[in-house]
Design a protein around this ligand. Structure first.
Ligand code: SDX
Length: 431
């Protein structure tokens, strides 16, 4: 952290305290409260961390008001247009776009780590066939620490590097095998001749009985979906990975913790919940009924795919996703897909409704991704596993950044205690 000469002054009961103010390369200044409790005997109070920076990071920057998302300074729309997922992985991990040799070396390493230990196929078969794919992805990721024990020593930089490559390389195989198993089809092994997105689509949809040819437009759309989901600063699942990593848990256990957090419908599970909502709405004439429910404080229903803790403008990822949706649906001849019609009309209605305008609730990354994935033939239960495939590089990059910080310490928040104060035990006869 850079030095500072600026301070905030806090006055409590007539006593003043100076708190250093630090400035970022871009975004809000921060007030350093690390010594607050020691000097004032007070905690800060910020459930949900709406005003709290939990770390310093150089990986991803979001400007919620401008609707801007930068990966290591590069805007997401340019990366989605000109880059690809593996190149974006290199950028997030190493901080710079790779040159040709670096890219080829990185791609070779990832491509040649896509296989899973064969014993993991037996581990996976222990799940019920109707297990939600996210339960399989979460369980299999945690189990990697049992099968790849030689890359779990977090104090060994080489083992951290091997675990990083293994995580990025094996997550598509784990997610595809969860899909194969869930749908009663044989496991499809990786094909090293294919690109990352082509390989994932083939493992998801190929059957031994016939050759599977990947459509380049679908492969491009899948690669773009993975780029758009790659990282998003300190969201709930990334914060979970960092907190797990702060206890020095092994990298596979930390990523499994992130997957568990992503599963929630308020976070990564929103793409599945959004499509299920669009299907429940069913036709444009039922949209007013659902918009009214979303506005009703007495009704817990929220419009899935709308709103964001940080974005108070269009989620830049939703804009790119919307373009992909149009391309994929036109390719598949389903541009008149009733779900997409409901999605487009719901977006129009919501963006004009004063409730959503005042609260700055815009479509987020999950709003259109589900429409694309359904058009590609994925069941809604596979939407969040695909989000996890894309986000794995973000999780592991943020974990790596934290582990490379020699000042790192275990994360241990405090609380505002509102329970009973000291009282003596009462024998049961006296209760
Ligand atoms: C992701 O953090 C990340 O970066 C996440 C993510 C990533 O890439 O990692 O971007 C991925 O998780 C995207 C979000 C996916 N979730 C959904 O689409 C679920 C629906 N959205 C909501 O659950 C909600 O918008 C959240 C959880 C996303 C944000 O919740 P907040 O922080 O509580 O929202 P807010 O404080 O901005 O809400 C302001 C108001 C509140 O009403 P009031 O208390 O002021 O009266 O807007 C209301 C909220 O109740 N509101 C909604 C709403 N979202 C917020 N009302 C109706 N429908 C919605 N979708």
């Amino acid at each position: 952290m850079n030095e500072t000469t600026r301070n905030a002054t806090l006055t409590i009961d007539g006593e003043s305290y100076d708190l250093p103010i630090f400035s970022p390369s871009v975004g809000p200044d921060v007030i350093d409260i690390r010594k607050l409790y020691a000097t004032t005997g007070h905690f800060t109070y910020d459930p949900g961390f709406t005003s709290t920076a939990s770390c310093d990071s150089a990986i991803t920057y979001i400007d919620g008001n401008k609707g801007e998302l930068l990966y290591r300074g590069y805007p997401i729309d340019q990366l989605a247009e000109k880059s690809n997922y593996l190149e974006t992985c290199y950028l997030l991990l190493h901080g710079e776009l790779p040159n040709k040799e670096q890219y080829e070396d990185f791609s070779h390493h990832v491509t040649h780590h896509t296989m899973l230990h064969e014993q993991m196929a037996y581990f996976l078969r222990g799940f019920r066939r109707d297990a939600h794919p996210m339960s399989i992805v979460c369980g299999m990721t945690a189990a990697l620490s049992a099968f790849y024990h030689d890359s779990t020593d977090i104090n060994d930089a080489h083992q951290r590097e091997v675990a990083t490559i293994r995580m990025i390389a094996k997550m598509p195989t784990i997610a595809a095998w969860a899909f194969n198993y869930h749908t009663g089809r044989p496991f499809v092994y990786p094909d090293n001749k294919l690109t990352y997105a082509e390989n994932f689509l083939r493992m998801c949809f190929a059957v031994p009985a016939e050759e599977y040819v990947v459509d380049p437009i679908l492969a491009r759309a899948m690669d773009r979906i993975l780029v758009l989901h790659a990282d998003h600063e300190q969201n709930a699942s990334t914060s979970t990975v960092r907190l797990a990593g702060s206890s020095q848990a092994n990298p596979f256990a930390c990523i499994a913790a992130g997957i568990a957090s992503l599963w929630g419908p308020a976070h990564g599970g929103a793409n599945q919940a959004c499509l299920e909502m669009l299907k429940e709405i069913g036709s444009v004439d039922r949209i007013p009924e659902f918009v009214a429910r979303a506005k009703d404080k007495e009704d817990p229903f929220r419009l899935m795919g709308f709103g964001h803790r940080v974005y108070k403008n269009f989620d830049p990822r939703a804009k790119v996703m919307k373009e992909s949706a149009d391309e994929v649906l036109e390719l598949l001849g389903v541009e008149n897909n009733p779900i997409l019609q409901v999605a487009k009309e719901l977006e129009r209605v919501a963006l004009e409704d004063p409730y959503f305008v005042e609260k700055k609730l815009y479509p987020n990354v999950d709003f259109y991704s589900g429409v694309i994935l359904e058009a590609m033939g994925f069941p809604t239960s596979m939407f969040t596993p695909i989000f996890a495939v894309g986000r794995t590089v973000g999780w592991i990059s943020q974990w790596k950044e934290m582990m490379d910080d020699p000042q790192g310490k275990i994360g241990r928040p405090r609380q505002l205690y509102i329970g009973d104060t000291f009282r003596d035990y009462k024998d049961i006869e006296k209760r």
